[in-house]
Write a protein that binds this ligand. Sequence first.
Ligand SMILES: [Zn+2]
Length: 289
Amino acid sequence: MRSKLYWFLSKFDGLIRRNYSDRLRVLAYHKVPDERAFEEQIIYLKSHYNIISIPELKRHIYDKADLPKNPLLITFDDGDISVIEKGLPILKKHSIESCLFIITGLINTSNDVWISSVEQKEMKNGKSYQDARKVVSLFKSMSNRDRVVKMRDYPEVDKQQLNTDDLKKLQKNGMYIGNHTHTHPMLDKCSSQEIMKEMNSSKQVFDELELPGYNIFAYPNGNADDNTNKTLIDANIDFIFLFDHKINPAVLDHHNISRIRVDSDNKLAEFKAKVSGLHPLMFNLKNNN
Ligand SMILES: [Zn+2]
């Protein structure tokens, strides 16, 4: 049923592209598990959109430089190792620039993000993956202070993380390194002081690594509100990316840049429907009712 819907929606993507050719689309990926499917998506994007980079976006905002028609920016969240191992070679092959939002506290460690600690312990205790995810949702909904206390009962989980050399290689090869906080908390559950602490810690890592992308930021889990945005701006964050599954308005607000959620193993019809903005439109209508 869903695949039929995507197939149907994907038939309109040309029409939508023509009518919304001045709207920036920003794609939010996480992992790249399947190179072949990912390359198919990249080839499709390259022939239907003009893929832009963070420096081009900066010139658009700071110097009023025009964006090309049908502009599209590719981003990745969390810094999964598959992005450098499988994603980067394909992006390089097609000469495409992109942006990777890293969790600075995980760089040069072998620890996974706190969400995995919760999932793994709950599953070890006999819960199904779905039930373990319910515990994760509960943790995401509590105050950050309470969550941090609870996390004392959840040991760290091992995971290979990107290191300094990886980040240098990514940055050198057209993948701009941006900021996704230091520990991946839900910012709308944090106090202003907690947000400032996250930002100071991530700034320190960006400075140590001599990477320029501290002020280019994506919200963990997309949890945003007016207060968090204000605190981020106070912390000198200048480009704020959401996770709201929308295309951007004609006049871009660089403190609220919408992103469309995609997966690198989405089937092409589903991918087209999402990127066009049609699926996001339907999704948001449904969720607003
Ligand atoms: Zn994330």
